[in-house]
Design a protein around this ligand. Structure first.
Ligand code: ZN
Length: 164
């Protein structure tokens, strides 16, 4: 297993829509293990493949109740609304209030290729929506008002500028 390098905003790969995984081969399984290790290493609650430079539909999540790895995840239903402060490993030091659905049902494949349905509420529901957003090339900064987005972009650009 290995801790992979995290892509940081404004890396263009983070804005790219990802592709479905057609075949769960050993490379995909290894990537999933490495993604989980990377997520735990950075003390994240979720990670999406584009964040480690792979434009594929794979997410890993641990909301404190064990590891969930999902391939080709899709939201099959959603209800309710909540507003929560969110962070993202790819937008360091940014915390934003994002509107999410309170309850979701997610469908996808587990690492063995078996179809699974997961009902999630509150924190877990939020993480699923955040990670599935990543697969669409959507970041938390895309979920706030344009004015706020500009302020954050400036802050992040300053941070990623080369240090003298
Ligand atoms: Zn994120």
């Amino acid at each position: 297993m290995a801790v992979l390098e995290l892509l940081i905003y404004p890396n263009p790969l983070l804005k790219k829509k990802t592709e479905k995984v057609e075949k769960i081969d050993s490379a995909v399984k290894k990537l999933i293990r490495d993604m989980a290790e990377t997520m735990y290493f950075h003390k994240g609650v979720g990670l999406a493949a584009p964040q480690v430079g792979v434009s594929k539909q794979i997410i890993t999540i641990d909301a404190g109740k064990g590891l969930i790895c999902l391939i080709n995840p899709t939201l099959v239903s959603k209800e309710g609304e909540m507003q929560i402060e969110e962070g993202c490993l790819s937008c360091p030091e940014v915390s934003l209030s994002v509107t999410r659905c309170r309850k979701v049902v997610v469908k996808g494949l587990d690492p063995e290729g078996k179809e699974v349905m997961i009902e999630a509420e509150e924190l877990l529901a939020r993480i699923f929506q955040h990670e599935i957003d990543h697969l669409e090339g959507v970041l938390i900064i895309d979920r706030v008002s344009p004015l706020k987005r500009e302020l954050i972009k400036k802050k992040l650009k300053k941070k990623s500028a080369p240090k003298e």
